[in-house]
Design a protein around this ligand. Structure first.
Ligand code: TXA
Ligand code: MG
Length: 310
């Protein structure tokens, strides 16, 4: 059952409590409705991918109430401060180097060393973030491949029964996703959106580098971002001597994605377990078969990239 929440004080608190308990809450921002989860909770973030039916783990935008809060997750710079002063709260996301002590689930950043952060301007988004008092990972609240939602009815049409609640704040004022600017190197426009390029360039005092096609939607598709140092062998039904082993379901292995065979738990554990196995210094990593149902598609997609020849 998906709860319908309205902007009363009691319902706003309910929405914040649901987030704190690891549930998914769709909420309005000035751009589109986001599907929010506690960005520190790997299981909750994995549920986002399951509810959307996303076939791969693309990195998500972390929503925070203020630029002070943003500085806990991304490495701050003079340029970041300038954009924050000019455009936050508002429809601009900044991709910053990930702080080592950020404490975010690796599914939020999809294993990258950068993080996309946004301070949304919508009143309800602001109030929810303040009440929750933590980072909220939120892609658009639509099933994968469908049109982004700008009303609560759109959200329910795609996700009713699959998420904890939707907070109904009426129609979004911008109706188009945020502009995304990459600040891990030369400032780069990664996605056109709610803040026009010209406005960003005026604040920058220079022209923006434009991302090439593919760099925009698919930072998570770059094989090397997922590749451990060790050779990765998939669908292993027996372990070889010297291999480190990643299991799924009840079995003896070095690390298990989910002893109970729960794909949501497995997704939450995936990147962390790969990092840990890689650090164990075996001759390679052998991975047990993982079903391709539900989140299993995205898990297999990422494992295939990790195993791809390079
Ligand atoms: O307006 C918006 O931005 C909405 C609302 C809910 O805030 N959110 C949204 O999220 O559009 P989503 O998941 O549909 O788009 C996130 C985009 C993806 O294209 C993703 O590749 C990019 O942000 N992204 C996230 N983290 C990144 C990173 N570390 N480096 C490069 N791109 C990143
Ligand atoms: Mg989207």
């Amino acid at each position: 059952m998906t709860e319908r929440l309205t902007p009363t004080s009691a319902h706003m608190q309910r929405a914040a409590d649901l987030l704190a308990n690891g549930a998914l809450v769709a909420f309005p921002t000035e751009t589109v409705y986001g599907l929010g989860a506690d960005a520190r909770n790997g299981r909750a973030v994995a549920e986002i991918y399951a509810a959307k039916g996303r076939p791969s783990f693309n990195p998500l935008i972390v929503h925070v109430p203020s630029s002070e809060a943003a500085q806990s997750y991304g490495v701050w710079s003079e340029t970041a401060q300038r954009f924050a002063d000019a455009f936050w709260p508002g429809p601009l996301s900044m991709v910053l180097p990930l702080r080592r002590d950020a404490g975010l689930s690796e599914l939020v950043t999809a294993g990258l060393e950068s993080v996309a952060i946004r301070v949304p301007a919508g009143d309800l988004a602001q109030e929810l973030l303040q009440r929750f008092n933590g980072p909220v990972a939120a892609p658009s609240a639509n099933p994968s491949g469908r049109i982004s939602p700008t009303t609560a009815a759109h959200v329910l049409a795609g996700l009713d029964g699959k998420i904890g609640a939707v907070l109904d704040g009426g129609a979004c004022s911008v109706g188009l996703e945020s502009s995304i600017i990459g600040l891990t190197g030369e400032p780069t426009l990664l996605r056109a959106g709610g803040v026009p390029r010209e406005a960003i360039e005026e604040v920058l005092g220079a022209s923006l580098r434009m991302a090439v096609e593919g760099e925009i939607t698919a930072p998570g598709q770059i094989a090397s971002h997922y590749a451990p140092n060790a050779r990765v062998r998939l669908n292993a039904i027996a372990w070889e001597v010297g291999e480190k082993t990643l299991g799924f379901g009840p079995m003896a292995c070095d690390l298990n994605l989910s002893e109970t065979g729960d794909l949501v738990e497995a997704a939450a554990n995936l990147f962390g377990h790969l990092h840990r196995l890689d650090a164990m210094d075996g001759i390679g990593i052998a991975v047990a078969p993982i079903p391709r149902l539900g989140l299993g598609a995205a898990i297999n997609d990422r494992l295939q990239r990790a195993a791809a020849p390079r």
